[in-house]
Ligand binder design. Sequence first.
Ligand SMILES: Cc1cc2nc3c(=O)[nH]c(=O)nc-3n(C[C@H](O)[C@H](O)[C@H](O)COP(=O)(O)O)c2cc1C
Length: 190
Amino acid sequence: MMSPVEQFQADRTRAREAGDPMAAVCVLATVNEHGHPEARTLILRQVEEDLALFMHASSPKWQQLPHGGSINTYWPSIEIQYRMRFTTQPIDPAVVAASWQYRPDTPKRMDWFYDLQQPQSTTIGSRAELEQGLNNLSLPDPITAPTSACGLLIKPTMLERLDLNELSGLHDRRRYTLTGAEWLEEVLVP
Ligand SMILES: Cc1cc2nc3c(=O)[nH]c(=O)nc-3n(C[C@H](O)[C@H](O)[C@H](O)COP(=O)(O)O)c2cc1C
């Protein structure tokens, strides 16, 4: 029997093979300090066996994630939605730094901008000010990852799978909850 995480991986592989651009991403929801939900698209990465997210520690989501997050994926190619709750583990900074080197030039510079100029997701006077700030950064040569470029392994504790493929239109919805080392499966009213 496949675990629900293996099922997620198998479904995601099918979506990717079907050319589904959504297979690369997820929506991450967190709650801000005012109790408001915030959702945004992130690349859903794979680090060995684990799903992973990469972000800059100056983003508010970095502070919000320890208080809980929820990941949502929908792959139109195969008509399957997942919702996921999880705990996180920091990725070894050496692994983050090595993969950071494959980023395009501007995202690399932006990571340094967040460190040296101002945090991600703060307001700035104008695009011109942003471009000027980015061009005037004094960067390490050769350019390396700042320690604030971070990665988190995603350790799912709850997965919910909604499969819209039933011909009858009666969708198949199941929730899997990690209890100790075992996954508990429950059928939900879709
Ligand atoms: C397709 C796509 C992929 C993205 N991937 C990432 C990502 O991997 N990491 C990231 O920090 N932001 C990513 N973003 C940008 C985020 O959606 C968001 O705008 C940014 O991280 C700021 O979020 P914040 O308000 O939580 O600080 C991506 C956006 C899109 C549209």
